[in-house]
Design a protein around this ligand. Structure first.
Ligand SMILES: [Zn+2]
Length: 298
């Protein structure tokens, strides 16, 4: 049996027992992903690639390996997604007066922020990749801080903060959530989206493509919910229509809740067992369909 590194301990439940769930990340990159036997979160081995820091996003390395298109093309391709995410936040902002101030952390090419601005919001971004933050600032004329969230200084608190597919990249999610709470007015909204350990999926060819070398920890609803409560969020609502884990929470007071994780590790293990099997069959069905397609040129 492969041993988890002795330096690994779970920041959600304190557990030190882990089992290996994948030894490959996207693009076949070698890396180790460990399932926490205490709570079902998945943590990447910090010694085998899981050492992504803000500087690696700031150097453009992550964008070049994952989405090497120009910012223009990225923006065009993600416009619909940005509008869908803005509509989700808008449905929760209704009833609040005035033009809400909204911050996106990890704003990438600005598709969400542009959609929010067209709804009359006052929008702002934080983005560590300099090409993407410059595009949002200079081409879309949306104020965007170029750098990691740790370097951002808040002037006025926000009505809403969102971060889509960011938290799984962070080594210290509890610190990040406390930072977000500090950015929000009391009662302000935090919208967060991240991969779901209980519902893994990937549009790509191999099941191991669900794992990403930049993903340091991945979550499920009970686990992320607990972290949010500890950081001072309440009234959590999950968007069941999203393929990933998408939660909206309200800024309130922190609550020190004890983990009651049941057999979440077992549920995650089963979810990945099924995902692996179904993904393998789907891949073969697609291949067969391609071969049998009428009019196929040999
Ligand atoms: Zn744990």
């Amino acid at each position: 049996m492969t041993e988890a590194p002795s330096t690994l301990s779970c920041f959600l439940c304190g557990e030190r027992r882990f089992s290996l769930i994948s030894d490959r990340a996207r693009f076949g990159m070698p890396s180790k992903f460990w399932l926490c036997e205490g709570c079902g979160l998945i943590h990447q081995d910090p010694e085998s690639g899981g050492n992504w820091k803000t500087e690696r996003y700031a150097s453009g390395e992550y964008r070049e390996s994952n989405a090497p298109e120009s910012p223009d093309r990225l923006h065009a391709g993600r416009r619909r997604l940005g509008e869908e995410r803005a509509a989700w936040l808008d449905s929760r902002l209704r009833g609040r007066t005035g033009s809400p101030r909204v911050l996106e952390i990890g704003s990438a090419e600005g598709a969400f922020l542009a959609a929010g601005r067209s709804r009359g919001w006052s929008v702002e971004g934080i983005e560590p990749d300099p090409l993407l933050s410059a595009f949002t600032r200079d081409r879309l004329a949306i104020p965007t801080f170029s750098g990691g969230w740790q370097g951002y200084v808040v002037q006025d608190r926000f009505d809403a903060v969102v971060s889509f597919h960011v938290i799984e990249h962070l080594p210290d999610a509890p610190a990040f959530l406390r930072f977000v709470r500090g950015l929000l007015k009391d009662g302000g909204l935090f919208g967060v989206e991240t991969p779901d350990n209980l519902r893994p999926w990937t549009p790509r060819g191999r099941w191991t493509d669900w794992f990403d070398q930049g993903h340091l920890s991945t979550y499920h609803e009970p686990g992320l919910g607990l972290l949010l409560q500890r950081a001072g969020f309440e009234r959590l609502v999950q968007d069941a229509g999203c393929l990933d884990l998408r939660l909206m929470a309200e800024a309130g007071a922190p609550r020190e809740t004890a983990p009651a994780m049941g057999d979440l590790a077992g549920q995650v293990r089963t979810a990945f067992h099924d995902f692996r099997r179904h993904h393998w069959w789907k891949r073969w069905a697609r291949r067969v369909a391609r071969v049998l397609r009428p009019g196929r040129t040999p």
